[in-house]
Design a protein around this ligand. Structure first.
Ligand code: NOJ
Ligand code: CA
Length: 711
């Protein structure tokens, strides 16, 4: 049954039309203030001693952010932080709706009140700038604008000193402010206990640089009053990633931009510019953080128009084999990349035409729409550990045992699309040179998605993955890809900041410790609390390519010393908990064939009409229900950390007067993430709106439910 029926099209249209932007301007009162539409969040502008300028944020009349000052350090200029005068304040508002081409919900309401503040230095050089605050019911964003600069005038930012002064020693869930990688486990501590420096030595990271006691964003907090906060940024464009330096005594956070040792500054801009939005999501429930649309709302509308050439998909891959060590990316053992042709291949190469066809058959049989093939192009003999990685990969030359065109043709004959793979080995200049050639090849073959990768220290030396130079590289790749109708799933990416609204070919990304760590990390892999934490931290930034769904939890016989630290039902639930329009079905196909629980992966959708976060506590548990965008089917996923619990789920989100055939994939009574991870049971029952489910989750466990209306 095809229902776009939760919101009939005609109603959706109406919402969009009624939403016509309403803007009214007025002078603000003596103490400039702006509130969220529901009146609960308020930002107040503060003028301090020596003409310092700052802001506070309050929620229900209680301070959430105490007076926090602003300031910029520009090269060859005096500090911009004092003798600041407010010239003008203008208030405006908007209430509109927009449609996600794919994503966690179809319609998004963008409803805010805004305050624009014109500021000028009262002394020479009398620089002027603006601040914009946008207040939403689910949080606030503010940014700095320098609209009066001359067109060609160059501005070099040595640092941005934007403060966020917390009111107490909150609990925080944080990763270190690493300039090169986000693939850290989240830490849970009080602000006063944050010690990022202690996380500097890490065996499992191909690149890492933690210069200060700073955290990266999103960083999520809980106050003693039970308010949840998450700090991040939106629309990171032509600027550097913002980390937050921690003052563990006063509980202050100050922006610390990622820099470049090569260039000696943080950001260079020419002409008028503005910073990304600095954002704070605020909610009385942890679940509310996930339901927030603040980050996408603070981005510009879709610039690509119709992107239906990209279709949300589940995908298999020649991938987990390499992480398990059963196959390799490279073709021959030689390390001379020019001589492997005709040399003795070592016989473990994964990306062969034959294996790709086998997996295409498997995908087609199970309604899986795509296949990723890694290790298909020459150069992998020179991948890890080589200093000089420029020119190693060319993205058009397949190994001799891989017939790219034939794989694409065979896939298309079975309605299985190839997802291309471009591992750049962190040599972005090589990739820049190859981009058009690589994308032309993809375009000519009708391939619409590519997984990119940036493992290793960036070449040239002195650049970091999260600096402005790389931010601009990642954006160039995205924009160039769009012009060839190609979507990007970046690994070792820049963090998500909602650009997917503007460029919906930014479909997914890594930017966290993915499933692959369970195959080889020296520290025991991702603990059971990993995803219950990710859901309230990294996932607030945007879609995640986590690769859930490992069934061979103990990785036998391939990796006796590693394992996945969840139950099988938890792995299933991740297809609903994690938001991404592409979800991998990563395990070796032997793990799935004939397995009754595989039915859930076959059934589960990847593109959603709406999302309901039913419960949750950061790092502990979460339950999410999502309705398929192409049917009336609902899917529900619940996961827990190492603590067993029973979750009472109200099914009031189901459509009234419908009966649903529910299939519950549950932890067995004696299931346990370590002792008995694959013990599960399937229960079938009919359910309706108003019914209540008591889901029993094992330690490290989960529950996955499909709800299909009875015709
Ligand atoms: C790291 C990525 O996260 C992983 O998924 C990929 O297989 C390797 N790089 C090789 O590109
Ligand atoms: Ca990675």
């Amino acid at each position: 049954m095809n229902t776009e029926n939760f919101l009939p099209k005609s109603f959706a249209m109406l919402v969009i039309i009624m939403a016509a932007l309403t803007t009214s301007c007025q002078k603000a009162a003596h103490t400039p203030q702006v509130k969220s539409p529901d009146g609960q969040l308020a930002v107040t502008l503060i003028s301090g001693e020596n003409g310092k300028l700052g802001y506070t944020l309050s929620f229900k009349n209680e301070l959430l952010i105490d007076t926090s000052w602003i300031g910029f350090e520009f090269k060859d200029q005096p500090l911009l932080a004092e003798k600041l005068e407010v010239l003008d304040v203008a208030l405006s508002q908007a209430d509109e709706s927009w449609e996600m081409p794919w994503g966690e919900q179809r319609l998004v309401r963008n409803h805010y009140q805004m305050m624009r503040v014109e500021i000028q230095e009262a002394v020479a050089p009398n620089r002027s700038f603006q601040m914009e605050f946008k207040l939403y019911d689910d949080g606030m964003g503010f940014r700095f604008l320098f609209p009066d600069l001359e067109e060609e005038q160059e501005t070099i930012i040595l640092d941005e000193n934007t403060e966020f002064r917390l009111t107490a020693d909150h609990q925080a869930w944080w990763i270190p402010g690493d300039w090169d990688i986000y693939e850290h486990l989240y830490n849970h501590s009080r602000i006063s206990e944050i010690n990022a420096i202690a996380l500097r030595d890490h065996n499992d990271l191909a690149q890492t640089y933690i210069p200060e006691n700073a955290v990266n964003t999103p960083v999520t907090m809980k106050t003693n009053q039970g308010i949840y906060l998450s700090f991040h940024e939106a629309n990171l464009t032509d600027y550097a990633d913002m980390t937050l330096k921690i003052d563990t005594v006063e509980f202050h956070l100050v922006s610390e931009l990622v820099g470049s040792d090569r260039l000696g500054y943080k950001v260079k801009r020419s002409g008028p510019f503005h910073t990304p939005w600095r954002t704070i999501q605020v909610s009385e429930t942890a679940a509310g953080l996930i339901e927030s649309n603040l980050i996408v709302n603070l981005n510009e509308p879709n610039r690509l128009g119709d992107v239906s050439w990209f279709q949300p998909a589940k995908y298999v891959g020649i991938w987990w084999d390499m992480h398990l060590g059963t196959k390799t990316w490279d073709y021959a053992s030689t390390q001379d990349m020019n001589t492997y042709m005709g040399q003795n291949p070592h016989g473990k190469h994964g990306a062969t035409t034959a294996y790709a066809k086998e997996l295409i058959d498997f995908a087609a049989e199970n309604g899986i729409q795509a296949i990723l093939v890694e290790g298909w192009n020459t150069g992998w003999e020179h991948w890890i550990g080589f200093e000089d990685r420029e020119g190693v990969f060319d993205f058009v030359t397949p190994y001799p045992d891989y017939d790219l065109k034939e794989v694409v043709r065979y896939g298309k004959s079975k309605a299985v699309e190839l997802i291309m793979h471009h591992e750049t080995s962190a040599a972005p200049r090589t990739y820049d040179q190859q981009l058009d050639t690589a994308f032309k090849l993809m375009h000519s073959l009708g391939i619409h998605a590519v997984k990119t990768g940036y493992v290793g220290k960036i070449i040239p030396k002195g650049e970091y993955h999260h600096g402005q130079w790389m931010v601009n590289h990642y954006r160039r790749v995205l924009e160039t890809a769009a012009s060839y109708q190609i979507a990007i799933n970046a690994h070792e990416p820049i963090k998500a900041t909602g650009i997917r609204r503007t460029l919906p070919n930014a479909i997914s990304r890594e930017g966290l410790r993915g499933q692959e760590f369970n195959a080889w990390a020296s520290d025991g892999g991702n603990p059971p609390n990993h995803l219950p934490t990710i859901a309230f931290t990294r996932m607030l930034a945007g879609p995640i390519d986590y690769t859930p769904g490992i069934f061979n939890i103990k990785l036998k016989p391939h990796k006796p010393d590693n394992q996945v630290n969840t139950t099988l039902a938890h792995q299933l639930a991740l297809y609903v908990v994690i938001n991404s329009p592409i979800q991998m079905v990563p395990d070796l196909k032997e793990a799935y064939v004939g397995h009754p629980a595989f039915q859930f992966i076959r059934d589960v959708a990847v593109n959603w009409e709406q999302t309901k976060v039913l419960n949750g506590e950061v790092g502990e548990f979460v339950t999410i229900a999502r309705q398929d965008r192409n049917s009336a089917n609902w899917f529900l996923g619940a996961i827990t950390n190492e603590i067993a619990r029973t979750l009472e789920i109200d099914l009031d989100f189901l459509e009234a007067d419908k009966t649903y055939e529910a299939r519950l994939y549950l932890d067995a009574e004696d299931a346990h993430w370590n002792d008995n991870p694959t013990a599960y049971k399937i229960v079938n029952q009919q359910l309706q709106q108003g019914d209540v489910l008591n889901l029993k989750l094992a330690p490290g466990g989960g529950a996955a439910v499909s709800l299909i209306p009875v015709e």
